[in-house]
Ligand binder design. Structure first.
Ligand SMILES: [Zn+2]
Length: 501
């Protein structure tokens, strides 16, 4: 073997693997956007076949030998190829550590579990989903131990989504948030409520679609490379930087839900669209990590999208689309209504201030499930207890409780912390952006383009060329600290609710 041959083999396999993942991604996207419910069984069967074929390709001796050869000679590779091999090998090592039959069975389990979960949620039937959930947690624990027998399995799972993240770091971060946010939320909850009565009106889906188009325009998203669809759960999927799909869900009695889903997913899309051309088609295209992705999406959703300047910018168009609802409403009233904080049941609809507590609850449950502290059957009860304790809300049913999120059914255990970590990264990045850019003037000019450009230069274009910690330091010049996030929330909500220090 020589480097040229090894690289040729690697690139040829990658091209084929990419085609499989493209096909499977489009099938899943089609299943959740356009296909009738009756398609589920056939799609699952086809996905099983493609997954297995792709797995066999990935595990082939020829590819493994080429990758190992390149890895052993990585000092002789250019920086980009070297990084590709390091990133690719990290994932491949994990898959290689798992016995083939178990890996294939798990892919099939999560495909099936997603459908079972969807029905269980619709019918408030946790019992039907519980055995799947138990199996998913058990398998995740087992796989983590195959991969790193000497590590705490939950740390290994966290590390998949955010390199270097551990339960110890999460405990410190979330402990600090709980300390500051629980009393702050209590003060906000007992303060004079913000009037958002006008937000509880009827907002026809057809008109909300126009608002989505407008918002994607304000965010300067290239519609030639980014489409929008409708799903139960909003998400972003990308098939390369020239084909990004975002989705939203329209609720006719709630305008802000879809509005901020579009801004959130639009943030994910901007990150993908802004990835460097030189990385296209490689494993380093796209985002640096899940937390960096959530950093960007939550940055647009909250720090930008829920800012006074942004609300003032979009308000004329909102009023134009829903003239009867907003007849007597001012831009300031609209801004305040977009930032109402109230402890609630649903994570994705939670306001910026109470949101982290939804994540902390999921984090604590995941951590304790992997540690074997309880069984899937116990989760609904634990869920109810924690919602009462941290947010003071009663959970009336499992549909609005433990069944609300799709993550665990898809096998994502260890993902949730990235949302809050992302929010906190975002607050620290915002401090830097503000030093270098007049953010309010930029937004007031009509679009977020100047902000996109700043983030593009410092974050997007690098793809996954650097580990998230390194990229974060390059961007902010500092280590991560949760204090920026805490100060940001205290200042914003103190002002909105007239809290005196
Ligand atoms: Zn997101």
């Amino acid at each position: 073997m020589d480097i040229t041959t090894a690289e040729k083999i690697y690139r040829d396999y990658r091209r084929r693997l990419r085609a499989y993942s493209h096909a499977m991604g489009v099938m899943v996207y089609d299943k959740v956007t356009a296909a009738p419910r009756g398609a589920e069984a056939r799609v699952s069967e086809s996905l099983d076949v493609l997954n297995e074929a792709s797995y066999k390709l990935e595990m082939s001796k020829e590819l493994s030998e080429a990758v190992d050869y390149l890895y052993d000679h990585r000092d002789m590779l250019d920086a980009k190829t070297r990084r590709e091999i390091e990133v690719y090998r990290r994932d491949a090592d994990y898959v290689r550590s798992i016995p083939e039959d178990e890996y294939i069975a798990y892919m099939s389990l999560t495909n099936e579990a997603s459908d079972v979960w969807r029905r269980a949620k619709e019918e408030n039937d946790f019992a039907s989903f519980s055995p799947y959930l138990q199996k998913i947690f058990d398998t995740n624990r087992k796989f983590a131990l195959y991969y790193k027998p000497d590590c705490d399995p939950y740390d290994t799972l966290l590390d998949f989504y955010e390199r270097g993240l551990t339960a110890e770091r999460c405990d410190a971060f979330f402990g600090r948030l709980k300390e500051e946010l629980i009393p702050l939320i209590a003060r906000v909850t007992s303060a004079e409520p913000i009037d958002d009565g006008f937000m509880h009106a009827h907002f026809p889906t057809e008109t909300q679609r126009k608002l989505s188009d407008y918002l994607m325009g304000v965010m300067a998203i290239d519609r030639g490379r980014c489409a929008i669809g409708e799903t139960e759960h909003p998400f972003t999927e990308n098939f390369g930087k020239n084909d990004v799909r975002i989705t939203t869900h329209y609720y006719e009695d709630d305008l802000t839900n879809s509005m901020y889903s579009v801004v959130h997913e639009g943030g994910h899309a901007l990150y993908e669209l802004g990835s460097g051309d030189e990385y296209e088609g490689t494993v380093i295209a796209g985002g640096a990590s899940m937390a960096m992705h959530e950093t960007i999406s939550r940055f647009y959703e909250n720090i930008i999208g829920r800012s006074e300047t942004f609300c003032r910018l979009i308000f004329p168009r909102v009023r134009e689309l829903f003239p009867n609802v907003f007849a007597g409403v001012t831009a300031e009233m609209f801004y305040r209504a977009c930032n109402v904080s109230a402890p609630s049941l649903i994570r994705t609809a939670a306001d910026e201030l109470t949101y982290p507590l939804h994540i902390i609850i999921r984090y604590e449950i995941e951590r304790d499930m992997i540690a074997g502290k309880y069984k899937a059957d116990d989760i609904p009860e634990v869920w109810r207890r924690k919602y009462k304790e941290y947010l003071g809300v009663d959970v009336p049913d499992d549909t609005r409780g433990v069944l609300q999120d799709s993550h665990w059914s898809g096998g994502s255990v260890g993902y949730f912390p990235t949302y809050s970590l992302g929010s906190a990264y975002g607050a620290q990045i915002y401090a830097v952006v503000r030093r270098e850019l007049d953010v309010d003037a930029a937004i007031a000019s009509g679009s977020t383009k100047a902000i996109n450009d700043w983030l593009g230069e410092h974050i997007f274009r690098h793809g996954a060329m650097y580990d998230p910690d390194t990229l974060f330091r390059m961007c902010t010049g500092e280590e991560f600290s949760p204090e920026y996030y805490i100060s940001y929330l205290k200042e914003k909500y103190g002002k909105l609710y007239g809290l005196k220090d």
